[in-house]
Design a protein around this ligand. Structure first.
Ligand SMILES: [Zn+2]
Ligand SMILES: [Zn+2]
Length: 399
């Protein structure tokens, strides 16, 4: 009888084929109908039952698909999650499986994630009688807009039967490690991410007579500078954290003092306390500095995700299982916390979970482009390691 690793390796070509097909049909946001139909057709072929989410968000129908592989019981249920959405980027790669949707590309590699999970579904459905528990397959839309995970939760898929743990992964170029290495550590794997908007209202006037108004640009400059104090003066230096103001909009002519300024930015932190501290202090500084300069400052917290926090015991068990099954060079744990964010964190707020990176780079510099680049490329030959990680994870957790 084939070992589980042999079974994972046996779907290597299937995973590449799925990835290339998905790569040609990138879709954005929550509504990914072609991707949904593609996934459903594959699950139908495998005989895996599934449901499509019915939640509607801001008038948009979520198309996430949740498959179910029933093992010996449902006492323990592991959710294996892939995201499936793409980015509004024009693909600059010249490959024969290039995106057929102009202006849209799987530049974050979610096509790979989806293909790896389809591969895992194939293997797990073959060995389900050995699983002391069951597996849910989350094919999640809308990760890039950090909305999809919440839709799956709202759709009730963390219940009936109750999900007790979760796993997910992301392809990432990490050329310092062997190609195909699973990179994972306990604690904070990826930062929290909040999107904020700052409105500063003053009073417009002629450029020659600023004293007749209340200049919001002068105020915004002070607010911008004061905000940097949180990072450099108020938080300890031994913890990764970022505050960036990335947009400033105001004004219409050279001789008019405008009446409003709008700024937008992001904060990234590696623990929930620091995230809360930033939010509190940003509110206080924007309101306080604006008031001192005779303007009104308000903050909109537009969106945000908690940090991706890996459960220590589960991470240790998964790392050991990868070491045993794939070999010790393919498990790497010395990695810096990524300041990117991931809505997988919402699942980890509810149940213990592990989120890992799969190093998809090799010696070829073409595989070193970062995710979200129009030339992002992966070494497809190691994608089956991602499938193996899901399968090993399920077998380990559902012992
Ligand atoms: Zn992305
Ligand atoms: Zn991504």
């Amino acid at each position: 009888m084939a070992t589980i690793m042999e079974q994972c390796k046996a779907v290597k070509d299937y995973v590449i084929e799925m990835r290339r097909k998905l790569h040609q049909i990138p879709e954005l946001g929550l509504h990914n109908p072609k991707t949904r139909d593609f996934i459903c057709a594959q699950l139908d072929e495998m005989g895996i039952p599934y449901q499509v989410n019915t939640v509607v968000h801001d008038g948009v129908q979520d198309t996430s698909v949740v498959g179910f592989i029933e093992g010996k019981n449902t006492d323990k249920v592991l959710a294996l999650r892939t995201d499936v959405d793409a980015l509004p980027i024009n693909e600059m790669l010249d490959v024969d499986y290039k995106s057929t949707h102009p202006g849209q590309m799987h530049a974050c590699g979610h096509d790979n994630h989806c293909a790896m999970l389809l591969g895992a579904a194939k293997v797990l459905s073959q060995i389900k009688d050995q699983l002391n528990g069951s597996v849910k397959l989350f094919f999640q839309s809308g990760e890039e807009i950090i909305t999809g995970a919440k839709m799956i939760i709202e759709g009730g898929f963390m219940e009936n039967p109750k999900v007790t743990a979760c796993m997910g992964m992301h392809v990432w170029p990490l050329p310092q490690f062997p190609s195909g290495a699973i990179v994972v550590k306990p604690g904070c794997m990826m930062a929290s991410g909040n999107k904020l908007g700052i409105h500063i209202k003053g009073e417009g006037s002629h450029g020659s007579q600023p004293a007749l108004g209340r200049d919001p640009i002068a105020c915004a400059a002070q607010v911008y500078t004061a905000l940097q104090n949180i990072t450099t003066r108020e938080l300890p230096g031994d913890e990764p954290r970022v505050l960036s103001i990335c947009q400033v909009h105001s004004g219409s002519a050279w001789n008019i003092v405008p009446s409003e300024v709008y700024m937008e930015g992001t904060i990234r932190t590696t623990n929930p306390e620091t995230q809360q501290f930033y939010m509190k202090r940003i509110n206080e500084i924007v309101e306080g500095v604006s008031a001192a300069l005779r303007c009104e400052g308000t903050v909109d917290w537009i969106d945000g995700t908690p940090p991706v926090m890996n459960d220590p015991a589960m991470t240790a068990a998964m790392a050991e299982a990868v070491r045993e099954n794939l070999g010790s060079e393919y498990i790497q744990q010395e990695v810096q916390t990524s300041m990117g964010n991931e809505d997988f964190a919402y699942f980890q707020e509810m149940v213990p979970g592990v989120f890992a990176f799969l190093n998809i780079s090799n010696d070829d510099p073409a595989t070193h482009y970062s995710v979200h680049s129009p030339t992002f490329q992966v070494d497809e030959s190691i994608l089956w390691h991602g499938t193996a990680f899901h399968v090993i994870g399920a077998v380990t957790y559902l012992k």
